[in-house]
Design a protein around this ligand. Structure first.
Ligand code: SF4
Length: 335
C-alpha cells in the first residue's frame, strides 16, 4: 500500500509515563500516520509530573486521570498479587489500559497505544502477557505497541490501512541501545529512568501502607496521602502516631487534623507535631506525649517540657518530666 493512503489520519490515545519508551511510541506513531493525544494516571503514590513535562515537550495534549480509587481497590485485593513491595503491577497496568480504552471509546479515538517492548520485562512483557492484557482490557485489536508492533499480530488500524505497519518497529529484549539511538533520532534528551517514581515499589513505603491497611484502612484519602510525609509509629495498644520531621510537616499535620484526631505538640521547646488519627488508650496517649518530648530539642533547655493536646474542640496542656529517651520507641517505628 502506498504511503499516501495514510493521509487519512487515525487518532491514537497513547499512554504516557514520561519515560523514554512512551515518548518514542508517540514519535513512531506520528511517523506511521497517526494523530496522537496522551493519557496518564495519577495517585498519591505516583505523580503525573514527568508525563506532563514529556507531553509538553512533544506537543501532545494530555489527559490526566485520577487513578486513586482504582489503585486502592487493587491494593486491597490484587488479583495477581504484589511485586517486590506493595505494588500490584500486573493488575495496575491492565486496569490503566482498560481505563484508557474507556476514554478511547467515549472520546472517539481509534486505538490505545503503549510504549511496551516485547520481552523487555520477562514476566510482564512476554508475548503471552501482552496478549492477556489486550484481551482482559477488552481492547484486543485496538491496542497498538508501536515499538514492537512488527513482531505482533496486525491490529485493526493497521488492517484498515490507517496506520502504516511498515513504519512501526520490531524491538525486542532488554537491550536499551536501540531506544537510545531512536532518542537521538527524535531529539529526545529529557526522560526519567524506567519504572522510577512509584512509591508502591518501595519496600519501606510498603510497610507503612500495609500498617495503615491493617489498622485504619485505606478509605480515608487524607490518611493515605499522609503516608508520604512524617515518621510513623504504631504504639502498643494500636494508636498511630504521625510525627512531623520539620516545620513544614508540622504545619501540614496541624492543617490536616479533623475533629476526630488528636494533636500533640511541645509548647515550651521546639519540636515535632504528632497527629494521632485515633487514640486507642490513655497509655498510648501518654506514650505519644513522651515520644514527642523525645524528638524535641530538649537538650537546649533545662526544665521539663510542656506539651499541648488538641482533642475534640479543646486544648489542654501537660508537663512531661524528664528523662526523654527515643530508644523505647524505636521498636514501634515503621520503616
Ligand atoms: S510501578 Fe506503580 S504505577 Fe507502575 S504498574 Fe506498578 S503499581 Fe502501577
Amino acid at each position: 500500500m502506498d504511503t499516501e493512503d495514510y493521509t487519512k489520519k487515525c487518532r491514537s490515545l497513547s499512554l504516557i509515563s514520561g519515560g523514554l519508551d512512551s515518548q518514542l511510541a508517540v514519535c513512531v506513531l506520528r511517523d506511521a500516520g497517526a494523530e496522537v493525544e496522551g493519557v496518564t494516571f495519577e495517585t498519591p503514590f505516583f505523580k503525573a509530573d514527568a508525563a506532563r513535562k514529556a507531553a509538553a515537550a512533544l506537543g501532545v495534549k494530555l489527559h490526566v486521570v485520577d487513578f486513586t480509587d482504582d489503585e486502592i481497590a487493587l491494593i486491597k485485593n490484587p488479583p495477581h498479587g504484589f511485586g517486590g513491595a506493595m505494588n500490584p503491577c500486573i493488575d495496575c497496568h491492565a486496569t490503566m489500559i482498560r481505563r484508557a480504552g474507556e476514554l478511547m471509546t467515549s472520546l472517539g479515538y481509534d486505538f490505545v497505544a503503549t510504549g511496551e517492548v516485547l520481552n523487555q520485562r520477562p514476566m510482564s512483557q512476554n508475548r503471552q502477557s501482552l496478549g492477556v492484557v489486550a484481551r482482559t482490557s477488552g481492547l484486543e485489536g485496538r491496542l497498538v505497541r508501536p515499538l514492537c508492533a512488527q513482531l505482533l499480530e496486525p491490529t485493526i488500524p493497521e488492517q484498515e490501512g490507517k496506520l502504516d505497519r511498515a513504519k512501526l518497529l520490531g524491538l525486542s529484549g532488554r537491550r536499551r541501545e536501540p531506544q537510545f539511538d531512536l532518542a537521538k533520532k527524535y531529539g529526545l534528551t529529557d526522560y526519567p529512568s524506567p519504572a522510577g517514581g512509584c512509591k508502591l515499589t518501595e519496600k519501606g513505603f510498603g510497610h507503612k501502607l500495609r500498617d495503615l491497611l491493617e489498622h485504619e484502612g485505606l478509605d480515608e484519602r487524607r490518611l493515605v496521602e499522609l503516608l508520604l510525609v512524617a515518621r510513623r509509629f504504631r504504639l502498643p495498644d494500636g494508636t498511630s502516631v504521625i510525627l512531623g520531621r520539620d516545620a513544614n510537616e508540622n504545619r501540614l499535620l496541624a492543617a490536616r487534623r479533623t475533629p476526630s484526631d488528636t494533636l500533640v505538640a511541645p509548647v515550651s521547646v521546639p519540636g515535632p507535631t504528632a497527629l494521632l488519627p485515633r487514640v486507642v488508650s490513655e497509655s498510648d496517649l501518654d506514650a505519644a506525649m513522651r515520644l514527642v518530648c523525645a524528638w524535641s530539642r530538649f537538650d537546649c533547655f533545662s526544665g521539663d517540657i510542656t506539651v499541648k493536646i488538641v482533642a475534640d474542640a479543646t486544648t489542654t496542656e501537660r508537663t512531661i518530666p524528664r528523662p526523654y529517651d527515643r530508644a523505647p520507641f524505636l521498636p514501634f517505628q515503621i520503616t
